[in-house]
Write a protein that binds this ligand. Sequence first.
Ligand SMILES: [Zn+2]
Length: 385
Amino acid sequence: MKELRLNIAGHLRWDETVMRAFAENLPYRLSGARAVSAGERLVELHLPDAVDTQAARREAEELIATLIAGFRDGRERVLREFSLGTAEVRPDPMLALVADGGVKFTGRGRAVYGGVTKLTVDALDAKLARSAIELGAVPQNYPSTVSQSSMARCGYLRAFPHHAMFVAATAENSPALKGVAESVAGGEIGAGLLGPHDQVLSPTVCYHCFEALQGGAVDASIYTAVGSCHRFEILAGRSLDRLQTYRMREAIVFSDTARVAATLDELLERTESMLRRWEIPYRVATAMDPFFIGAIPTKAYFQSVFELKRELQVRLGFNGKWLAIASFNHHQQSLTQAFDITGGGGKLESGCAGWGLERFAYALFAHFGTDRASWPHGLRADLSI
Ligand SMILES: [Zn+2]
């Protein structure tokens, strides 16, 4: 590895948010590269020896310039915060969860888990599903893959090409079948042996709902489902806070502007009230996903994303960081138009709320430890523990 230091003194708008977006984006553009802050106006790049330093500097500077320009038009904003007095600070619960064998990592960001982690994930999901169904949501089950054409249609591939994981079947001919059958463990399967990558592992739950309703009318105003979401996460490690495959409960809402907004508000308030009852400090902030900067119309994207996406973030005592456990997104007409979905007699809008179940469980473990028998009574009652 080699190091390259970048001085960003010339960029007045450089701050932690821009640094985080830079560190998230860079490794996807420059294989093996990592960026760390080396001071208020100094970034250190760790580069594989094979990377050309000048090319890396150009790539990094171009990314910085684009980020600075984009963030001029929007910023994360804390809308409200619920805090409590000083609570007991516990160690990172991953240590205990891995030590007792309940969580095993089979690769970067890939966790197999049982024990208290599974019980808590399932209990949270049951609670959130009940809450959505109380509001009238129709429960559904979805497959693991979405067609590549739907992923292009909804704009995901344009905004998040770096997170997409494509799926292909073996090509439909004898040499390809033989080639795959004779492949050895760890060996590459040649591109010619595979058919078209016409499906993508679902990065989220709601795209299935839009895909199923495509070209028709909605028959409910809220749907809900739980599913596995898959995102190629280059920075994933061995913790439940960032997984390549994770479980998410979603509620997908269809109606006019006011009703979509009101339903998202209600879903958010219900989650906030749970956290208040359980005495877990949280904040609600406008937010955005770590996006890819390239083909997206940066200014419009930055402006709209900060108005339309809210995150519920929980503070982790052991490192002081805010962890997003749920997001509430108003799509306006972007997806109903893209999928030609109608209903309600007027302009149909959509929105979705998604709860990351492993992260939610992780936040509970961080606050209350992994011995669920010692959890507060209200929390245990709510989760039927
Ligand atoms: Zn969604």
